[in-house]
Design a protein around this ligand. Sequence first.
Ligand code: 17E
Ligand code: FE2
Length: 433
Amino acid sequence: MYDLLLRQCRLLQADGGITEVDIAIQDGTIVAIAPQIAAIAKLVLDIQHQLVSPPFVESHIHLDSALTIGQPQWNQSGTLFEGIDIWRERKGILSLKDVKTRAIATLKQQAIQGVLFVRSHADVSETSLTALQALLEVREEVKDWMTLQIVAFPQDGIYGNPQNERLLEQAMEMGADVVGGIPHYELTHEDGTKSVHRIFELAQQYDRLIDLHCDEIDDEQSRFLEVVAACAIRTGLGSRVTASHTTAFGSYNNAYAFKLLGFLRRTQMNFIANPLINITLQGRADTYPKRRGVTRVKELWQQGTNVSFGHDCIQDPWYPLGTGNMLEVASMGLHVCQMTGKAEIDACYDMVTWNGATTLNLQNDYGIEVGKPANFIVLDACDRYDAIRRRAIAQYVISQGRLLAHTELPRTHWQPQDGSINQPNALALSRDA
Ligand code: 17E
Ligand code: FE2
């Protein structure tokens, strides 16, 4: 007898193909996938031809600042830099309980919408390292239902303050999974370049991944991405390296951008764009025409470079909105990057699933295959395009073989306008009618 059996699944495969199958789970692992599995299980779910997909991957979020909107004040200019200043005030009064409560509330919000893998930044330019300590504890507390990776992120720069370099190294010792940086916010260009080299050194010394906030500015002179690319090539760290935001890439002249694209292809490194945030943070110094402030997602994707989309913020000093819904992120990415071709829309779905998993180096644990951990979601959709267009609801979220969340679909009752008496439910419309 299986623990869990899902019948009549439209199983989404890595190549975008769909097969009609049953899926059986035992002890947290997928043990059978076949057109019809004749067996009994402790729990049987009839999926009725809904889409079964690997879970969403949130490859870039700041859980330490999530849900602090308005504390101590709202970001009036809407810029990255006012956000950093507001957060500097708020982070002065962090406690473990404060960070943990907000982080866990956010992770639950994400999980019920089908996110089971999250990479969060933790600001480590704050002397007590409370944000990091809290997120390390959260990583442990949620590990039975959510996989959390933590980036040690020096928000104020490694060299902006005499103690920050030591704090970043301390964060490695405390167990951060990834080393971060912010070269465009270091005091000088030289400091920015030096910070990238230092980050690569730490990653090698502590055997960690790299994910930098890189060139998150509209300044076409901000060119730390080439330094990251050079380090990725020379160290061979390649696919263990990620450049987040890289919004200046959208402002580079094409002659430079095309040369850079070739270097980037060689690196095998990953990119994360955060379209919800950067469409609002960037372009603030522009009048008209106003730049979109998002990196060259389409061109990177076209050349086979791995790109994912992240949410970045949920109600914090940088972004007042956010729900944790990765289909909202994919939809915004699709719009801002003009990815409206059919293959491009499908790619936007991959950017919040498979590509995020690649960025997080999850390859062995991710995907719906016999022998892999049973992590997947059932979406009220028939394919990737349908899922994005209608922001499909995650009806069932299965984490490590167990049902974690079930969301019922809304039903609309159309009221006849001819004066006749409505039959309850007779005219209920299904959402995809
Ligand atoms: N910090 C930063 O440097 N950039 C961002 N987009 C956020 C925090 C959200
Ligand atoms: Fe960020």
